[in-house]
Design a protein around this ligand. Sequence first.
Ligand SMILES: Nc1ncnc2c1ncn2[C@@H]1O[C@H](COP(=O)(O)OP(=O)(O)OP(=O)(O)O)[C@@H](O)[C@H]1O
Length: 314
Amino acid sequence: MPPVIETRALTKRYGSRTAVDSLDLKVQPGCVFGLIGPNGSGKTTTLRMLLDIIRPSSGQALVLGTPPRSGGPALRRRIGYIPGDLRLSSRARGRTVLEHFAQISAPVPAGRVETLAERLGLDLSRPVRTLSKGNRQKLGLVQAFMHDPDLLVLDEPTSGLDPLVQREFLEMVAEVRASGRTVLLSSHVLSEIQQSADQVAVLSLGKVVAQGDVASLRLNRLRHVRASLAPASGTEKMLENELAAAGLRGSVTWQAGTARVRGTLDGGVDAFIKVLARHRILDLSVEEPDLEESVLQLYGGPDAAARDVQKGPG
Ligand SMILES: Nc1ncnc2c1ncn2[C@@H]1O[C@H](COP(=O)(O)OP(=O)(O)OP(=O)(O)O)[C@@H](O)[C@H]1O
């Protein structure tokens, strides 16, 4: 089967700034494809080019087999889109706004809007401009999903949503995938992509710095850790050495018989936790780093890409 999205050397320049630099993407049918990268890495610009909201400076794209530029309304009807900067300020009620969108999208099955609204916990009777940011985002999601499009293009879809709604959203994405349809999802939140995507491309300064399946990119191997321990007496000196051997890069400070451990682990938490478990653990936190840090750590930073961007033609 041909890819649902294919780009070749897709590039967008704004003056001397190259927002998207020679992007080659292939998104296969039935796949959830995650586009991840720090703020400003070119995710939104890429999605906008695929929807013909902006035109590329050079390169090509095919979406559902059609160049976005010539696809027109017929192509748009097959796509569900939520923009990253969703702005809805109508006096009309949510239901009315969705009815308006339904006239330009493909037909919406009866009861579909209500089912989606209920799943996301959205009150359709409220005037849109009185909705909170999160509730507007829910309205945007209903609008993107309601006509069962062949392709969903979702730009930072969970921004402003609380964790329960985020989970419901991830289930909706899984259902789309199970039905053989395709999702292209942008995010700067690593965990969201890890939970939902089959394939990912990591963008940094407009360039793809890594592409592949989620597991093989090993973006999640870095962890920030903090712990407070009451070491068994006589083991204080050993503790620092053991933690270092378990992969901790950081510090151990002592205060009234308590060890405060702080630092970064690269390559798994197992050995670290096993060292801790020999002592009384008073407190423990293990956190994933932000995406920027993961990208920098794994791919040596965007310096090379930055140099290319800076020397790009104006
Ligand atoms: N209309 C524009 N004019 C000039 N520069 C722009 C324009 N749109 C985007 N850029 C620049 O292009 C780069 C990529 O921006 P883009 O919005 O695509 O990134 P992003 O990965 O979606 O980031 P974010 O997560 O912050 O939305 C940024 O440096 C941005 O400042």
